[in-house]
Design a protein around this ligand. Structure first.
Ligand code: ADP
Length: 276
């Protein structure tokens, strides 16, 4: 059975198409101004290179900030539940998911069956989010992809405020004026994000195993510094799925569950009608 999940986030749109529990195809596109356009482009990209058409997909679940504006989704489910479900698919041992997206970050605690037990979310301040990383990368004339590898080359980490992105940006400009080595400034930025995330984890308590999801989880500097602070090794899911696709993956798994439920209902109705 073919199902799909579509995650329209603040920064990127993602689609995962699954066939009988395996990932068949996926896509990741920058978000457009109109959520519907992002969803359509992400879906078209995921369908490209497969023999499938949109009509071949049995059930589609939408998630993410633009989830209510996905024209082909039959159901929408919060990104918190979807990131949890995606993480559970990669390993049923996972109990804590740290999702670092474009405009917010969340720490999600899971039950042994993959359901969300509790979560904390930071959405009021950009500090610790992908947006903050993009702004600081721009100020340093770097690409976000360079922030992780560069920070691991630093001999020491500059001190950068973890609490406020506006202060952090001012500090970065001062550090540049002081001619502090670029890698040390970048290490300071990644460490500030790690410190903010570690603080959020403390609020709900950490339970192993732990996994990172969302675009910023591709930053090897944030991964290393957060592991140091939390004194734990994160589960590496990259061989199973791009961690930025975790929400879309969870949505696809929910789509499969919904489609199965619908099929069972139809079978029950049919057999009742036959026996009448
Ligand atoms: P959303 O779902 O909110 O749209 P994503 O989970 O797609 O957000 O994350 C987007 C963020 O991921 C971007 O703002 C960017 O900072 C970050 N990002 C994406 N790719 C990388 C990478 N290779 N290294 C570091 N950061 C990255």
């Amino acid at each position: 059975m073919i199902v799909a999940g579509c995650d329209v986030g603040s920064t990127t749109g993602k689609v995962v198409i699954m066939d009988d529990g395996n990932i068949l195809s996926h896509s990741l596109v920058p978000s457009r101004v109109i959520c519907e356009d992002t969803a359509v482009e992400a879906m078209n990209n995921a369908l490209e290179g497969t023999d499938l058409k949109l009509e071949d997909i049995e059930y589609i679940v939408g998630t993410g900030y633009g989830r209510v504006n996905i024209p082909f989704a039959r159901k929408n489910i919060t990104e918190i539940s979807c990131h949890g479900m995606g993480a559970f698919w990669t390993s049923p041992e996972i109990r804590t998911v740290i999702d670092i997206g474009g405009q917010d970050c969340k720490v999600i605690k899971l039950e042994p069956n993959g359901k969300v037990r509790e979560f904390v979310m930071n959405e009021k301040c950009a500090a610790g989010t992908g947006r903050f990383m993009e702004d600081t990368a721009l100020a340093l004339s770097l690409a976000v992809e360079e922030l992780g590898p560069l920070s691991l080359k630093a001999a020491s980490r500059a001190s950068v405020s973890a609490q406020c992105s506006v202060f952090a940006e001012t500090e970065v400009i001062s550090l540049m004026a002081e001619k502090r080595p670029l890698e040390e400034i970048v290490a300071g930025i990644n460490d500030a994000v790690a410190s903010r995330l570690a603080g959020m984890v403390l609020r709900v308590g950490m339970e192993e195993q732990v996994v990172l999801s969302g675009g910023v989880s591709k930053n090897v500097g944030v991964i290393r510094f957060l592991q140091e602070r939390m004194k734990v090794e994160f589960v590496d899911v990259s061989e199973k799925v791009d961690p930025q696709l975790m929400g879309a993956l969870g949505a696809a798994i929910f789509a499969r569950q919904r489609a199965d439920k619908g099929e069972r209902r139809t079978r029950r109705r049919r057999s009742r009608a036959e026996n009448a």
